[in-house]
Design a protein around this ligand. Structure first.
Ligand SMILES: C[S@@+](CC[C@H](N)C(=O)[O-])C[C@H]1O[C@@H](n2cnc3c(N)ncnc32)[C@H](O)[C@@H]1O
Length: 297
């Protein structure tokens, strides 16, 4: 609650509420009050009533997908942790997701531990970010995340390989937040998505934190790294799902345009040799079926 109050006291939070929330239909905001007071965690996620709704949606949906597959664990990762606001939010959300779904969430954070490395060129937007920005109070963060999340320190280009070798397919990656600001760092992060297909859910949610900024474009930072990744990996695709917005109640929320889908095209589940499943039969409301609907010609 303290955190919520602190956020509400920030001017940018009010700007966001004014532009993204109060522009939505009145009746939906009215219903939200009741959902906030009496709704389940899943209802609150549907109504964007959880802080960092993108994390809540990504983690909850990934856990539900894992549960459908009788899996008991998933892995979620934040690339770019700084002082840990996002990572600690992930921990809080994961706790609620586990309570609601029974699925356990393994949480990892990646960071240099000492702020931004040096930018390489214009593609990293040095006019926005530069060496040493976003330092970390490592000791304080470690104290607060102990036993709840694990930090991997160092340059992502150095630390990622070993991390992927240690990953457990029984806890597939279901949600990833990419918040490393530079093109060069995002490119390093996306190497993760070239790992074995069984380390992911067949559709894994990837949130890109910076694509909304006015000076960002398809020749820099995240959009460029995504394009290069897609061009170089025929069996993996990071894509914005244009109909995702239609699945959301609140359509003006910015995060809805920042959540991408990683399609793992070589995932076992997408294979033509996939194990037996029930035949799918379409109903026809104009016809009357007697007995088993599946027996019509
Ligand atoms: C904007 S901050 C992250 C903020 C955080 N997600 C939050 O919500 O509070 C970006 C972070 O990315 C980290 N970073 C950028 N490039 C990196 C790299 N190549 N390797 C490791 N960490 C990197 C920086 O150390 C910095 O702390």
């Amino acid at each position: 609650m303290n955190y919520l109050l602190k956020r509400l006291l920030e001017r940018r939070s009010w700007k966001k509420i004014y532009k993204q929330r109060l522009t939505e239909p009145f009746h939906l905001n009215f219903i939200s009050v009741f959902v906030y007071l009496f709704g389940s965690f899943a209802n609150k996620v549907s109504y964007d009533l959880v802080i960092r709704p993108q994390y809540a949606y990504g983690i909850l949906t990934a856990a539900m997908e894992a549960k459908k597959r009788n899996m008991t664990k998933i892995t979620v990762i934040e690339f770019g942790v700084a002082n840990g606001g996002g990572l600690m939010n992930m921990i809080k959300i994961a706790k609620r997701v586990t309570k609601s779904t029974g699925v356990i969430i393994d949480i990892y954070g990646f960071d240099t531990g000492k702020g931004m490395p040096s930018p390489v060129d214009f593609r990293d937007h040095p006019e926005y970010y530069n060496t040493g920005d976003f330092p970390m109070n490592r000791e304080l963060l470690e104290k607060n995340i102990k036993g709840k999340a694990k930090m991997i320190y160092g340059e992502i280009s150095d630390s990622l390989k070993k991390f992927t070798l240690d990953l457990d397919p029984n806890s597939p990656i279901g949600f990833v937040s990419v918040d490393v600001d530079y093109y060069s760092s995002t490119k390093d992060v996306l190497e993760l998505f070239k790992s074995n297909s069984n380390l992911f859910l067949p559709l894994t949610y990837v949130y890109f934190d910076d694509i909304f900024m006015s000076h960002h474009n398809s020749k820099s930072v995240e959009l460029l790294a995504i394009k290069e990744f897609n061009d170089s990996t025929p069996l993996r695709n990071i894509e914005y799902h244009h109909f995702f917005i239609n699945q959301r109640i609140f359509k003006n929320a910015q995060w809805v345009k920042q959540l991408y889908f990683l399609h793992v095209l070589d995932h076992e589940e997408r294979s033509v040799t996939k194990k037996e499943r029930n035949q799918r039969v379409l109903d026809n409301p104009y016809l009357k079926f007697k007995g088993n609907k599946k027996q019509f010609n």
